[in-house]
Write a protein that binds this ligand. Structure first.
Ligand code: ZN
Length: 397
């Protein structure tokens, strides 16, 4: 491994993680999720936000705000008036359909190509477009995508980073290019799923936050030092800051204006966009309808599990508990059953795509394991503090 120069990472420092693992009293997330906060009752910021959404927000008033927003940006000359970043999934599909067919906007839907698309993801994207949308697909040079996926996996412990660059920056580029001033995202993941709450009570996202919240402090330009040229990185980069400002681009979240419920979005898209679920559940979780479009996806979640001790099932169960779909006990059982399951279905393709052998893969994964999360038992990695049925026991450890 020395040949690649991979070294053990200090993730406590890197992600400013608490050294003692504590689980939320209401859901199944732990305090190891970066930027999440817990209150004095041991309840996470995402659960508190979910309560706030259910009990304090006047959703009629919020929809009135949305109508005002649409009126402010709507155009009558036939040009696009909103950019909707779309994967073809249930959430973006819901937002685009609502904006066009309920609020009378003229959306330009834009998709950043998956790193390694799945057949069902492509079917859903085609079905979505066929439901009545203008659409642009951004596809960067696949050789560069492969190289960036490899580098991000080896150096950031997240092969998904190149996709996140494009997913964040491509819509902005298209907005500037087509002189559209409004970009509408679905939910604000930072506040819905736990993170920095500074934007919880406003509808917009600051472009300045992109680097910290989405790029782990490492923008596309970072890879120049690893031999990737600026020309190759260009499709992944943001438009010039001055161009965004000159275009007066505003980024809003639909979830601020309308009650955000992923399961309801799924039913909506089945009805309106011909959205199809996977016949089998996604590895690492129990759900069949979220994040279906990329074969690299499972590795993103798996690495999150290695780094933080919480994986895809934790994330799915946590928000289903907050949405009142399941209770905590059921959530704990689902986490115990599925969290951290190895994404073996696409493992061979992942190795081929990133040009990495199996041993290098294991070494690269293990350098993100922290002592405060993992222990070694009989040659196997075990979570030091797996989720317990009784959150209170965890809290006092
Ligand atoms: Zn919680």
């Amino acid at each position: 491994m020395a040949a690649l120069g991979l070294k053990q990472q200090n993730i406590v420092e890197k992600y400013a993680l608490p050294k003692h693992v504590v689980f939320c009293q209401k859901c199944v997330v732990s305090n190891q999720r970066p930027r999440i906060t817990f209150d004095e009752h041991g309840v996470c910021s995402a659960c508190r936000y979910a309560e706030y959404k259910r009990t304090k927000v006047d959703w009629k008033e919020r929809e009135r705000e949305l109508m005002e927003l649409c009126a402010r940006f709507r155009r009558s000359d036939g040009s696009y008036d909103v950019v909707v970043p779309c994967s073809g999934g249930k959430d973006s599909g819901f937002v685009a359909h609502q904006l066009k067919y309920r609020y009378g906007m003229n959306p330009l839907c834009v998709t950043w190509a998956p790193l390694l698309a799945t057949p069902i993801g492509r079917v859903n994207l085609d079905n979505f477009i066929a439901a009545g949308f203008d659409h642009i697909l951004g596809t960067p040079n696949p050789k560069v995508t492969r190289l960036l996926t490899r580098l991000s996996f080896l150096h950031l412990g997240d092969p998904f980073q190149p996709f996140i660059y494009g997913q964040t920056n491509f819509p902005m580029k298209m907005a500037v290019h087509h002189n559209v001033r409004l970009i509408m995202y679905g939910e604000n993941g930072e506040v819905e799923y736990g993170g920095n709450m500074k934007n919880a009570f406003i509808p917009t996202r600051q472009i300045e936050d992109h680097e910290e919240h989405y790029f782990s402090g490492m923008p596309p330009e970072f890879w120049v030092d690893h031999g990737v040229s600026l020309a190759d990185l260009a499709p992944f980069r943001a438009p010039a800051y001055e161009a965004i400002m000159a275009n007066q681009t505003e980024i809003h979240f639909f979830g601020y204006y309308r009650f955000w419920d992923p399961q309801e979005n799924f039913y909506y898209c089945q009805e309106h966009n011909n959205f199809t679920v996977n016949p089998e559940r996604s590895e690492g979780t129990y759900s069949k309808y979220a994040s279906l479009d990329d074969r690299i996806d499972g590795f993103h979640y798996y690495l999150a599990f290695v780094k933080f001790g919480i994986g895809r099932a934790t994330s799915d169960a946590a928000h289903e508990i907050r949405d009142g779909k399941i209770n905590r006990e059921e959530g704990v059982a689902l986490v115990k059953k599925y969290d951290g399951e190895f994404p073996k279905k696409y493992f061979a393709e992942f190795l081929e795509f990133t040009d990495i052998d199996e041993e290098t893969f294991r070494d690269a994964v293990d350098c993100w394991r922290s002592d405060h999360i993992w222990r070694r038992e009989n040659g196997a990695w075990m979570l030091r503090y797996p989720i317990d049925d009784s959150a209170a026991v965890q809290a006092t450890r």
